[in-house]
Design a protein around this ligand. Sequence first.
Ligand code: GCU
Length: 594
Amino acid sequence: MKKLLTTVLFLTAVLNLWAAEVPLVANISGRDVSSLNGAWNYIVDVQEEGYYDYRMKPYDWGFFRNAKPQKPEDLIEYDFDKSPTMQIPGDWNTQDERLFFYEGTVWFKKSFEWHPQANRRTLLYFGAVNYDAYVFVNGKKAGHHIGGFTPFNFDVTELLKDGENNVIVKVDNKRHAEDVPTQIFDWWNYGGITRDVKLVSVTPVYIENYKLQLASLEGRLLNFSVKLNKAEAGHQVTLRIPELKISKQMMTGEDGSAMIAMKAKPQLWSPENPKLYKVEILLGEETLTDEIGFRTIETRGKQILLNGEPIFLKGICIHEEKPNGGGRANSTDDAHTLLSWAKELGCNFVRLAHYPHNEYAVREAERMGILVWSEIPVYWTIAWTNPETYTNAERQLTDMIARDQNRANIIIWSIANETPHSAERDLFLSRLSKHAKALDDSRLISMAMEVTSASNYHNKLQDNMNEYVDVVSFNQYVGWYRDVNDAPKMMWEIPYDKPVIVSEFGGGAKYGLHGATNQRWTEEFQENLYQENLAMLDKIDGLAGTTPWILKDFRSPRRVLTGIQDYYNMKGLFSDKGEKKKAFYVLKAWYEKK
Ligand code: GCU
């Protein structure tokens, strides 16, 4: 009995040997990485047999042990190596038809070779896992992460061994009221390891993150700041921008960070000229490379100024979904396809709805000269008074900014979409707004407010959050959810001296379905709705841009009209196959005049 107790205590100690979740490491693609993408074995575990015992208590003999029978009588009731595989990154819904509607736990296992290197540490990086991820390396817990659309990484150096290793991830995408997003949302709840998995090799002291931006047009001042993973003084960091003949050295202070300002005359990044500069950041033997553009973004009254010039944001909303029923998008090619469609529309701006999209998409948009609105999934009725919900939302905001703060094309951080008015909501969102500003005061803050009714054709936007945003944006569905064919009569009052973005409007249509303009679901109905809405938008004082809902038809479990929706939201200007609906040409023509 005593022997058993010591064994159990020892095992518990070993199993609870957590690797460290370390702050998000930026610019993974500019580092020394090896990919764990590819085929992963998976086990669908509806009742979480692999994690909880029959008393619903987590137990030490779960699937994370990747156990194998040692003796003939050994009872092991799972075997990853005999289990099917699916491609990672990827969602399970479009790779295993049994899992199309599935929300629950799936276990994933990947075996890989690893060999220790002197004076190096190894981080395990996930681009994103939807939604709740427990990560194990060689049977030991590496860490836990919630939130389906932002990256995270663990230092797993101590968990790795020379030779064959395995990583096992328990992924659960069940929805809960206290989550972010909460229980209901109008997009498919694609589950799984939806973005890249990488091993990142770093020196014990490494560059965690950095920020390089054009501080002001006057005097063309560049600001650079860098943060190491260790709060250590005396580390020399060198910044090089060869094309600008810049090479600057600086020493870190007590907190392991350094910053400098320097004069420079870079070409400015803009949709017409998406100029990026090769940047090198050196620390010891390590050189981190990136491509960065320089621009300024600000507001002046009701105008948005890019590089000091007023700009009209010709936008469209996009969900992170491949065409042709392909599931979660997660590559440069996927992004290029969707962004090229937006370019065909005449867009210079996209609203990446309603969650941070993958880094490939943001970087591809930057190369293509497309400005970006990036958003966290504080969507509809979040649990405003739940402190963990706030911590979760703030964490997603922090990670979104940490990952993309060097992207010149991102001009707006959005903290919410269509949230109901209340004091609790206002407090929650005002805290997020201040947090975003504290992390990055060089970009504009917004959120998608909403105007859901008019009195006597008078639409008025009223939202206490107007004080906490730089751009007042709102969704309105005149012609679809309300006031069909009344758009021409509508008047709009937006009583705030700030630029206005209509962040959603639109209506559904099934590609190829034709009929009268008042016949729902026909292309003619959607075409007419766009004609009327765009004429209405032309009357809105201070309109600085719009992002109609939406680029392409996308999957949603809330859209069940057989023969029309079939689990697709049909408000796309493109069908899911990329076929242009009549309304596409209406918006394109309007943007040509803008
Ligand atoms: C809302 C919401 C979208 C949704 C759209 C719709 O405004 O923000 O996520 O898909 O309306 O109803 O189609």
